[in-house]
Design a protein around this ligand. Structure first.
Ligand SMILES: C=C(O[C@H]1C=CC=C(C(=O)O)[C@@H]1O)C(=O)O
Ligand SMILES: [Mg+2]
Length: 441
């Protein structure tokens, strides 16, 4: 990619702003040829860095660096959207995520909620790539904003070739251990416990120790090549902490008042042939335990969306085929009441029973009491929010990349009929792609 010319163009556009009276939010954009966005991300030194692509094959990719403004609550984000709606014709995209449980101790460096309006965004949409510089003049001195924007442009680096994936000599540590897992699954499936809490999604953290921190962007680049049908995200807030993932599950997509959500739960490993896949898919759809896992998610989403919507259309259960596993999915389309905000949706929907349980509070209480690992942003929410449209994934199939550890997360819905050994194997199949990349497959 030749970024010198686009950067020079944006600097000229900035110079032109000096003599104007810019108001509110302004996005300066220029075409910018890109070969590989991950190489661009890896080449940058400024922080934060954030990458996002929704799971549709033709969804645009966003690679972002630097920050204009950050938000540590949905209320603050919503307030900002309202403020800009009142003073700007263009509205920004905000990117970020939320922890699984804001009331539990999370990961160092990752708050309960963190969304940001990036300073620079490289957006690739089909054949078109555009580099944008975001600015705002409603809440800060004009001279300072222009100087900060110029500094961000000057700090931009060219992309660099991604380092090859080195075989890491990794020591593996599971929390819970396999024995603890067996005990936890037995506890959840006791009849008395199931009567009060019919579903709890238990999780595992697999901690891999490595001598040096791999580039999170090189890892994500390899991982995304194996997860074309999934959302793909990465966020790096500090030099030694990044969170990446390729989740298959959508929390919701909103276009105006039209909302699409889904229940993705119920799992079986892929077969070795197309015929075996077909047999496993049929068995999965008729299996009581997996059906119940999905039903819990679907019903809760429906009952939560009901008061927010004037119309809800329910879809049939069908199979989603990923590289290593098959899942059951049911789609939900809703027409929201006018004025239902992303804040209202995000205050209501997560954590869904695909990652928490039913009833929510009892399941969360169980998880807080029995899980030793910190879920942090695993099983939280990650995505893009804007005034006109939003798209958010459930942050599963993910890894936290630290200075000398890589932590992989996987969970399994435990309901009546769950067997500890089969559920443990389900955890491994869910993260098989990233395990294989790390030489642990
Ligand atoms: C919680 C996870 O998966 C959820 C999504 C799909 C299928 C699931 C299951 O069959 O248990 C889980 O509910 C995870 O991958 O960490
Ligand atoms: Mg399951």
């Amino acid at each position: 990619m030749d970024s010198a010319a686009p950067v020079a163009m944006l600097k000229r556009r900035l110079d032109a702003l000096e003599s104007e009276q810019p108001q509110g939010f302004i996005r300066l954009s220029t075409p910018c040829q890109v070969d590989h966005l991950m190489g661009w991300m890896d080449g940058q030194r400024a922080l934060p860095r954030l990458y996002w692509k929704a799971r549709e094959a033709d969804a645009p990719e966003y690679a972002m660096v630097g920050v204009v403004k950050a938000f540590d609550s949905l209320a603050a984000l919503h307030q900002d959207q309202d403020a800009l709606a009142a003073c700007s014709s263009e509205q920004p995209d905000y990117f970020g995520g939320m922890a699984f449980d804001p009331d539990a101790e999370g990961w160092t460096g990752f708050g309960a909620c963190h969304f940001l309006l990036p300073r620079l965004a490289l957006k690739r949409d089909g054949q078109n790539s555009v580099l944008s510089l975001n600015l705002r003049f409603d809440d800060r001195p004009r001279e300072q904003e222009l100087a900060d924007a110029r500094a961000a442009l000057e700090a931009l680096n060219p992309p660099r070739p991604l380092p090859p994936m080195k075989p890491l000599s990794l020591m593996r540590e599971d929390t819970p251990s396999r024995d603890e897992w067996v005990a936890q699954v037995h506890r959840v499936t006791q009849p008395e416990q199931l009567r009060r809490t019919p579903k709890v999604v238990l999780s595992r953290e697999t901690c891999l120790h490595s001598a040096e921190m791999p580039s999170p962007w090189a890892l994500l680049s390899h991982w995304q090549a194996r997860a074309a049908d999934c959302f793909q995200f990465g966020i790096q807030l500090t030099p030694y902490e990044a969170f990446i993932g390729c989740p298959p599950e959508r929390l919701y997509q909103r276009e105006g008042t039209h909302l699409v959500s889904e229940a993705l739960a119920g799992t079986t490993p892929r077969g070795r042939t197309a015929q075996q896949d077909g047999e496993r898919a049929a068995a999965l759809l008729s299996d009581a335990k997996n059906g119940l896992e999905n039903q819990c998610v679907y019903q809760q989403l429906l009952s939560q969306l009901e008061p927010l919507s004037c119309r809800i259309d329910m879809g049939e259960a069908h199979i989603v085929t990923l590289r290593s596993v098959l899942h059951i999915r049911r789609l939900i389309h809703a027409k929201l009441h006018p004025g239902v905000s992303d804040q209202a949706l995000l205050d209501t929907l997560p954590p869904t029973p695909a990652v928490g349980g039913v009833p929510r509070q009892a399941a969360l209480a169980f998880i807080r009491q029995h899980e030793r690992q910190r879920r942090g942003w695993y099983a939280g929410v990650f995505g893009r929010i804007s005034h006109a449209s939003s798209d958010l994934a459930v942050a599963i199939r993910c890894a936290q990349v630290g200075k000398d550890t890589i932590r992989l997360y996987a969970g399994a819905g435990i309901v009546k009929g769950s067997e500890p050994d089969a559920e443990w194997r389900e955890l491994d199949s869910k993260i098989a792609d990233i395990m294989a990349l790390l030489g642990m497959g």
